[in-house]
Write a protein that binds this ligand. Structure first.
Ligand code: AMP
Ligand code: ZN
Length: 668
């Protein structure tokens, strides 16, 4: 039988392996449910055996209490910026200087790499363990953001490499994730991030690393300070081999002509990459030659950054409207004459916040230059002053909410307007949409225009009403574009959402301020289901949550305040009454007692007792039942007539095969 320590080691390795597959290779190796099961088993095991918790355990990625500020760290080797090249001539000039320094006229081999648009980072591993992460700062002195970087799943806490590695790389947010973040920020009334780079840099430097944990940050490393290799490409291959995230898109070019050919080709390829690129970094491959070339005051002489000209389009801005968010925040949006930009038709662009409009002096009637941030989100880059009609006047923010017509409030110091009417239909629409959208409660058929109608017609007056819709078929049939078929599929989708979502998914979908999916999981594990949470007094909830690692005082307070609102409480009770079951599978809480806490069992073969009775016994003793052996199953409990293939297979997956008497012994 494996000891708890062995099991712990196994779980840590498995979880790290799956995280690597998912976040680094983009090739998920298990389902979310299986991953969660492993992770929960780890939490349970650590709860039962606190001495096993190590800084390298995946459970230690949740962040820690907020700090006052960041410690300054002076680095031994300065972080440089890169010189830029915008034209073919610039590239040839760069190559000429490299060859000059080289002393002879041979072709120089360059490594061409995507230039990732994020925030630079330096990360140090000692003896295989992540010990330090710093921002670039002014190059010589950076800020210690180790706690924040530890929350980034793509960055391993431990690697199989004993030598010290001082890595340079980039922390970034995928454009697709930025949309989700901005959606959330819009709803919370926080100013949107204008681009992935700002979002990454901002998230990295949050004083409360638990909030960083909620941000979908990614990482890529592309340089190593230590000289263990002769060539840059060999170094990159080594980083990938020890499980570090790399861009995996390097291309060797012999001489500047190949560089130019590559850059032309890559302009198309880069659009399909999961990260935002604004260029290509060229680096001399031969590290010996690099040392000979050295640095100028600001740049390495052995590298340069090719910058692609961003694709832009001009069009006329017809109107500035405001979207109303879930919490009443108003976000200005530009309504544009439709125009083609990087392959899509653009007719709307978020203006993010009032400051943007003022600082860019954007007016209705202006001709504006659009650009896409991350190839996805169109942005107004600037106005074309020469084409401004004489009649154009500076835009005046609305004084009343475009949805309910009630006066809006402008918050002190923040460039944000807010509708404070709790009964504003615009706010409700935004909340319903946020609640039911994909990845939240996932009610597939509930698009924006249908939500609008449901609110307008009074069919939905709060989030719980969504679950009452199956009982209102006749009224649904009266809505625009709703036939028998579409009503049926909407009803099916809602019925399905009632019973098939986890509690943490429900909590996330509710959009409690500050509570993202990571914190929601912790809350869900603590209370098990909605009933469990509602039965507690909000002030007790606050105290209980504060004791949980990974939940800060502000988050705990926010949950308590949410629950203390009588309207919210009534709405949640209504959800339960309408048959919403959202349970958290596998609770770490079980570990508190029971001889089988932290262990999982698959039962096979025949026994005197019924299979179901054995399952019950396992669960009653704090163990977990797996219907089949999978990675992470502790034991295969084998009865009579179990084939050897089955036991061999179980052993291969890391489960130990035991018989009835061994099982009884475990039970004590
Ligand atoms: P810039 O900020 O425009 O001067 O560009 C320099 C920055 O590009 C560096 O400080 C890095 O943070 C970043 N960068 C992104 N991708 C790479 C890469 N593949 N190699 C080196 N630097 C990169
Ligand atoms: Zn309103």
């Amino acid at each position: 039988m494996s000891t708890p320590a062995e099991r712990h080691r196994f779980l840590c390795d498995e979880i790290a392996r799956h995280a690597h597959a998912y976040y680094v290779l983009d090739l998920p190796s298990v389902s979310d449910a299986e991953y969660d099961a492993l992770y929960n088993e780890l939490l349970a095991l650590e709860a039962a055996h606190p001495e096993l918790v190590a800084p390298t355990s995946p459970s230690q990625r949740v962040g820690a209490a907020p700090r006052e500020g960041f410690r300054k760290v002076e680095r031994a080797t300065r972080m440089y910026s890169l010189d830029n090249a915008y034209t073919e001539d610039d590239l040839r000039e760069f190559d000429r200087r490299v060859r000059e320094g080289h002393g002879h006229d041979e072709l120089v081999v360059y490594v061409a790499e995507p230039k990732i648009d994020g925030a630079s980072i330096e990360v140090t591993y000692e003896d295989g363990v992540l010990v330090l992460a710093t921002t670039r700062g002014d190059g010589a002195v950076g800020e210690d953001v180790t706690t924040n970087v530890r929350t980034i799943q793509a960055v391993p806490l431990q690697i199989p490499e004993k030598r010290t590695l001082t890595l340079r790389g980039e922390i970034f947010i995928r454009p697709i994730d930025l949309e989700t973040i901005n959606e959330r920020r819009r709803a919370d009334g926080d100013p949107e991030f204008a681009n992935p780079r700002n979002a990454a840099a901002g998230s990295l430097r949050l004083l409360d690393a638990r909030l960083t944990a909620e941000r979908p940050l990614r990482a890529v490393f592309y340089d190593l300070v230590e000289r263990y290799f002769e060539h840059h490409h060999a170094m990159l291959a080594h980083l990938a081999a020890v499980g570090l995230p790399t861009h995996r898109r390097e291309h060797l070019c012999r001489g500047v002509d190949e560089v130019i050919a590559f850059i032309t080709r890559f302009d198309t390829e880069r659009r399909a990459l999961p990260f935002e690129t604004d260029g290509v970094v060229l680096k001399v491959d031969d590290l010996q030659l690099r040392d000979e070339l050295g640095f100028t005051a600001r740049f390495p002489r052995w590298a340069t950054a090719w910058k692609y000209a961003a694709e832009t389009a001009e069009t006329v801005l017809r109107e500035i409207t405001c979207d109303v968010g879930r919490t009443g925040a108003l976000t200005p949006v530009a309504i544009l004459d439709p125009v083609q930009l990087s392959g899509t038709t653009v007719s709307r662009a978020s203006l993010h916040n009032l400051d943007q409009i003022a600082s860019k002096d954007i007016r209705v009637g202006d001709t504006v230059v659009l650009q896409k941030a991350g190839e996805i989100i169109p942005q107004v880059l600037r106005v074309v002053p020469e084409r401004r009609p004489e009649s154009a006047v500076p835009w005046q923010p609305p004084t009343v909410c475009p949805s309910c017509g009630r006066p809006v409030e402008r918050e002190e110091g923040v460039a944000a307007l807010r509708c404070v009417n709790a009964r504003c239909p615009g706010r409700l629409e935004a909340a319903v949409w946020y609640f039911t959208r994909r990845g939240a409660m996932d009610v597939d058929r509930l698009g924006q225009s249908l939500v609008e109608q449901l609110v307008r017609e009074g069919l939905v007056t709060d989030l719980a009403d969504v679950f009452a819709l199956p009982g209102k078929r006749d009224r649904l049939l009266g809505l625009e574009r709703m036939g028998d078929k579409s009503v049926q599929s909407l009803v099916d989708a809602i019925e399905n959402a009632k019973t098939s979502r986890r509690f943490d998914q429900l909590l996330t979908a509710l959009g409690i301020p500050l509570v993202g999916s990571v914190a929601a999981k912790l809350v869900a594990e603590r209370y098990g289901d909605l009933r469990g949470l509602l039965d507690r007094d909000p002030s007790e909830v606050r105290q209980e949550l504060e004791t949980i690692d990974g939940i800060g005082a502000k988050m705990a307070e926010s949950v308590a305040r949410f629950l203390a609102d009588p309207d919210v409480h009534a709405m949640l009770e209504k959800m339960l009454a309408l048959g919403v079951v959202a349970k958290q599978p596998m609770k770490a809480a079980r570990a508190e007692g029971g001889p089988l806490a932290g262990l999982s069992f698959c039962v096979t073969g025949s026994f005197e007792d019924k299979r179901e009775a054995i399952w019950e016994r396992i669960e009653a003793a704090g163990g977990e039942v797996h219907k089949s052996v999978k990675k992470g199953t502790t034991y295969l409990l084998a009865g009579e007539k179990v084939g050897k293939t089955k036991t061999d297979d179980a052993a291969k997956k890391g489960a130990k095969v035991i018989d009835w008497s061994a099982f009884l012994a475990l039970l004590g």
